[in-house]
Write a protein that binds this ligand. Structure first.
Ligand SMILES: *Cc1c(COP(=O)(O)O)cnc(C)c1O
Length: 428
């Protein structure tokens, strides 16, 4: 495979952009390769600047559920852009999108739009703290909620204590209100509640997608709900990735447990930068200008981005069968991977939730971050680079989720399975 132009573009980029990328995971560091520079996308495919074509399972890390250059989204974006890119004043498309979401979710009566998932979660946490008048929060090891200070934490010495910053530049004082618990382990959450009487909220990816794909057990979510209720804390579902992905209603379409606050991103913007957080009115009314909790954004509710989001969501709502079709394809892909791995005595764990899929080179089922870390990342790196050479673009880390788009036909899935057969054979 010739990637001469990408190699050169990467060298040029590194001179003026740290690491040559604007978001670190794009740098291919954990698989030891170099990033491909993308020229364009079309349906299920990505084209790099050397004119190589790839079947794209990354889809901009989740947003592109209709694949690249969906005609309806493209049209609505162009139409909106022609009227002006931004006004910093309300537009009716914001209420239209808000209405669609409020109608869809029992847990949401009002919603506010922001420009990224990070911003959505950061604002949701502030709102939870403002509403409960408490400072501490509980998050789970291996869940990612964007890069705001109080969420960039790792376990300190001994689990279930207050976290320590996972990045220089985050003062320890900023993370001392963040308690870390173990995913799918209710005892660890109980301990957090014993250690602090000041818990404002528990935040969780109800379908974790940032340690690889690790769904929460239904019973665990129920128990979380009742622990929060018992202790007067709010339950925040971070559905930035799973929203409109795992099902139309994200995790909430698959489990009974209802959160107090929900955050969205990725699919909600149809490929444009959009995030959002919503809750029942009583909570949302605490936000400025109605309430005292401050939150703002110059480009929030941007009309071009809102149009892309609205078109995507309406299309998803009007074609709910999409999710079954996507899940069928994801299941087919994962069961084929599992088969091929077995044939070659390679341990592989697989998961599917709607259009989301994940596989770990691991001999035991993955229930939490510790389990995920036991995966064979070297074998993943080898799998990744061999698939890439075969024109299949998977996320460049063992700890990411794969995505099926509506642009992926059965033929494309079959083609990937054929390629994977050879690659699994070479991995032994
Ligand atoms: C991607 C992601 C975020 C951060 O969103 P950005 O748009 O990258 O800021 C937050 N939470 C979850 C669950 C995510 O997957």
């Amino acid at each position: 495979m010739n990637i001469k132009n990408s190699l050169q573009a990467f060298e040029e980029a590194k001179k003026v952009i740290p690491g040559g990328v604007d978001s670190p995971v794009r740098a291919f560091k954990s698989v030891g390769g170099t990033p491909l520079f993308i020229q364009r996308g079309e349906g299920a495919y990505l084209y790099d600047i050397d004119d190589n074509r790839y079947i794209d399972f990354v889809q901009s890390w989740g947003p592109l559920i209709f694949g690249h250059c969906d005609k309806d989204i493209e049209e609505s974006v162009i139409k909106a852009a022609k009227k002006g890119l931004s006004f910093g004043a309300p537009t009716t498309v914001e209420s239209e999108l808000a209405n669609e979401i409020v109608k869809m979710f029992d847990s949401i009566e009002k919603i506010r739009f922001v420009s990224s998932g990070t911003e959505a979660v950061m604002s949701a946490i502030r709102l939870a703290r403002g509403y409960t008048k408490r400072d501490d929060i509980i998050k789970f090891e291996g869940c990612y909620h964007g890069h705001s200070d109080s969420l960039l934490v790792q376990a300190g010495s001994g689990a279930v204590t207050f976290g320590t910053p996972s990045s220089p530049g985050v003062p320890a004082d900023f993370t001392k209100h963040t308690l870390l618990a173990k995913y799918n382990d209710i005892k660890s959450v109980e301990k957090c509640f014993e250690n602090s009487k000041d818990i404002a909220c528990v935040i969780i990816e109800p379908i974790a997608g940032n340690m690889g794909l690790v769904p929460a057990d239904e019973k665990f979510l129920e128990e979380l709900r009742s622990l929060c209720d018992k202790n007067g804390a709010l339950l925040v579902f971070d559905e930035v990735m799973s929203g409109f992905r795992a099902s139309l209603k994200g995790a909430q379409g698959l489990v009974e447990t209802k959160p107090d606050i929900v955050t969205f991103g990725k699919v909600i913007g149809g490929g444009m930068p959009v995030g959002a957080f919503g809750a029942r009115a009583e909570i949302m009314d605490k936000l400025s200008p109605d309430g005292p909790v401050y939150q703002a954004g110059t480009l929030s509710g941007n009309p071009v981005a809102m149009s892309a989001g609205l078109t995507s969501l309406v299309k998803l709502k009007n074609n709910p069968e999409i999710y079954l079709e996507l899940e069928k394809k994801a299941e087919k892909l994962m069961s084929a991977f599992k088969n091929e791995a077995e044939k070659n005595q390679i341990p592989l764990q697989t998961n599917v939730r709607g259009s989301m899929f994940g596989f770990f080179f691991n001999d035991t089922p993955v229930k939490n971050f510790d389990d995920a870390l036991k995966s064979d990342t070297k074998m993943f790196a080898s799998f990744h680079s061999k698939m890439l050479e075969n024109g299949v673009y998977f996320a460049c880390s063992q700890f990411e989720t794969g995505f099926i788009s509506t642009a992926m036909s059965d033929e494309i899935i079959d083609e990937v399975i054929e390629k994977a057969k050879d690659v699994f054979g070479e991995l032994k």
